[in-house]
Write a protein that binds this ligand. Structure first.
Ligand SMILES: *[C@@H]1O[C@H](CO)[C@@H](O)[C@H](O)[C@H]1NC(C)=O
Ligand SMILES: *[C@@H]1O[C@H](CO)[C@@H](O)[C@H](O)[C@H]1NC(C)=O
Ligand SMILES: *[C@@H]1O[C@H](CO)[C@@H](O)[C@H](O)[C@H]1NC(C)=O
Ligand SMILES: *[C@@H]1O[C@H](CO)[C@@H](O)[C@H](O)[C@H]1NC(C)=O
Ligand SMILES: *[C@@H]1O[C@H](CO)[C@@H](O)[C@H](O)[C@H]1NC(C)=O
Ligand SMILES: *[C@@H]1O[C@H](CO)[C@@H](O)[C@H](O)[C@H]1NC(C)=O
Length: 494
């Protein structure tokens, strides 16, 4: 245990980064922290949920009563369902005036069945033009997901379910302005933007589908607050002090987050706006999304060219899910994983029919092991309970990687959830960057990363599959197309 330097490194970052702060920070009471600043009648408060409505009369919005500099702000949102074309739901932080600073999450709606885009932007001293667009790895209208800003004097992170999708690094030494002088309030809104939002403005809002409703909840504000008596944000928050975000661990991304960012950039960064930005950045050489030396040293250092990749996946959720299934069937040695001994357990119907997919998401780097190791395949959890481990005679799902323990973890399907329990493994089981305590059952949210002791070789992205009737697709035919698409995507990004 004492010799486990790698593990130590992970633990430090895990403790340092977010898990602690996001999980322990209490949600703020909406009516205490926020005021309705646009069309209050369009905002409905229901229990812990705030519903923002857009109709042919108005959109609406809210704003925090206080202003902040540095820290984190986070909210859970369930976006407008069905036809949301032309609409924009926003979660953003901004100061006032023409030379304002602003950080944006803007969710651009789409026609039914087509994917939302998440547009992020950064304004400094009144200038934006830093739009980046991402697709999401889940349907944001089905459930709540967490969208967060983290910012300190070194960098700004945009996170989705705590996975960084964008990093903006302070490069003031290269003459690039960085937002660190202005107090900003935290805001949310829904409005009509059908002149540009959906498919370049070609698809307009269809008002017969109004009202359009986005639901917000679980607001977390853990930031340096401007106290009205002083009015001097720099005196209060601008100097290095005991804030948690000023600790060295928050200077940049740890290895694990770098990998996640790389995965997002490869799979979910959408062009062409991103392409423009990346080109500009590679010209200036000023803005590579690195936050710290540790980020630069990791294999995940991003080059501009790597960021500009054609986007292919999740165009259509139904198609994507079928695609996953088809690809699964085609894989060698795959099969659906069933446990040998758990048949006697009582199962509810949903536990059996729930479909959960684990897809490898590590980078395959095996230098830490010293020899080449084959990456594990994608697999689907078919039984209500399976074990994961290195030893074929002991575990149901075998991951032949030295850092995976003989029997490493148990995975269960229960009540529509996927549960994981670490079985006292040497190198730990992680959900995103959180190490699980051995023996404690934890829920694995769809879209999260599940890691069995090794971020390079045994990291999986977890998704819940819709129950698609297998008779309605023609697997063999479409499988070939999809396979070749994947191949193209993979080669172009490596
Ligand atoms: C707005 O929608 C309502 C309900 O669909 C409709 O009755 C009303 O005429 C519309 N108003 C405008 C200004 O289009
Ligand atoms: C911010 O922009 C204004 C003009 O809008 C300019 O006068 C000022 O110098 C800028 N501030 C910085 C720090 O560049
Ligand atoms: C909407 O769907 C179309 C077609 O899949 C896609 O090109 C576009 O990027 C999607 N999102 C938006 C906001 O237009
Ligand atoms: C708007 O939605 C209605 C109801 O679904 C549909 O009949 C109509 O064709 C749509 N209008 C446009 C312009 O797509
Ligand atoms: C999504 O893909 C499925 C399967 O290919 C197709 O049946 C469906 O019509 C598509 N949805 C849209 C809105 O294009
Ligand atoms: C896994 O644990 C072993 C033994 O504690 C350690 O030597 C190794 O570095 C760890 N590997 C990883 C990838 O965490």
């Amino acid at each position: 245990m004492t010799s486990n330097i790698y593990l130590l490194e992970i633990s430090i970052f895990v403790l340092g980064f977010f898990s602690v702060n996001l999980d322990l920070a209490a949600c703020v009471n909406f009516s205490e922290a926020f005021e309705l600043n646009w069309a209050p009648h369009h905002i409905i408060s229901e229990g812990d949920q705030i519903k923002l409505t857009l109709d042919n009369i108005s959109g609406c919005g809210f704003e925090s009563k206080k202003k902040y500099l540095f820290g984190q702000a986070s909210v859970q949102i369930k976006l407008i369902e069905g036809d949301s074309a032309g609409t924009v739901t926003a979660f953003y932080i901004s100061s006032e005036g023409t030379n304002h600073d602003e950080l944006d999450f803007e969710f651009l709606g789409n026609v039914s069945g087509e994917p939302y885009l998440v547009q992020t932007n950064i304004y400094v001293n009144g200038t934006g033009n830093r739009e980046q667009r991402h697709t999401l790895w889940f349907d944001p209208t089905l459930d709540f997901h967490t969208y967060s800003f983290f910012w300190n004097r070194h960098c700004i992170l945009f996170l989705v379910d705590r996975i960084p999708i964008r990093v903006f690094t302070n490069k003031e030494e290269n003459g690039v302005l960085f937002p660190r002088n202005q107090a900003m309030s935290i805001r949310g809104s829904v409005w009509n933007a059908d002149d540009w939002a959906t498919q370049g403005g070609r698809v307009k809002t269809n008002w017969t589908h109004a009202p359009f409703v986005s639901t917000f909840r679980s607001f977390i504000i853990d930031a340096c607050e401007l106290l009205p008596e002083t009015d001097d944000i720099l005196a209060q928050c601008g100097k290095l002090s005991g804030f948690w975000w000023d600790k060295p661990a928050f200077d940049g991304l740890n290895r694990h987050r770098s990998h996640q960012l790389k995965w997002v950039q490869r799979r979910h960064l959408s062009s062409p706006l991103a392409e423009m930005e990346m080109t500009a950045q590679s010209l200036s050489r000023a803005n590579l999304p690195s936050c710290s030396p540790s980020f630069l040293h990791s294999k995940a250092t991003l080059s501009a060219s790597k960021l500009v990749v054609p986007f292919q996946s999740s165009k259509n959720y139904t198609a994507k899910l079928k695609f996953d299934r088809i690809r699964l069937r085609k894989q060698r040695n795959l099969g659906v994983i069933c446990a040998s001994e758990s048949e006697s357990e009582t199962k509810t119907a949903t536990d059996v029919t729930d479909r959960w997919l684990l897809e490898p998401a590590g980078d395959g780097d095996s230098r830490h092991i010293g020899f080449k190791v084959q990456m594990p395949d994608s697999f689907e959890i078919a039984s209500s309970e399976v074990t994961v481990g290195r030893l074929p005679d002991k575990a149901d799902v075998v991951i032949p990687v030295a850092t995976v323990s003989g029997v490493h973890a148990r995975i269960q399907k229960k009540g529509g959830n996927l549960l994981v329990t670490d079985l006292d493994s040497t190198n730990g089981t992680f959900i995103n960057d959180q190490r699980l305590r051995p023996g404690v059952v934890s829920k694995v949210p769809p879209g999260s990363f599940l890691i069995f002791g090794d971020i390079h070789l045994a990291m999986f992205r977890v998704s819940k599959l819709e129950n698609v009737d297998s008779t309605e697709s023609k697997p063999e035919e479409s499988a070939d197309n999809l396979e070749s698409n994947t191949a193209t995507e993979d080669t172009s990004t490596d």
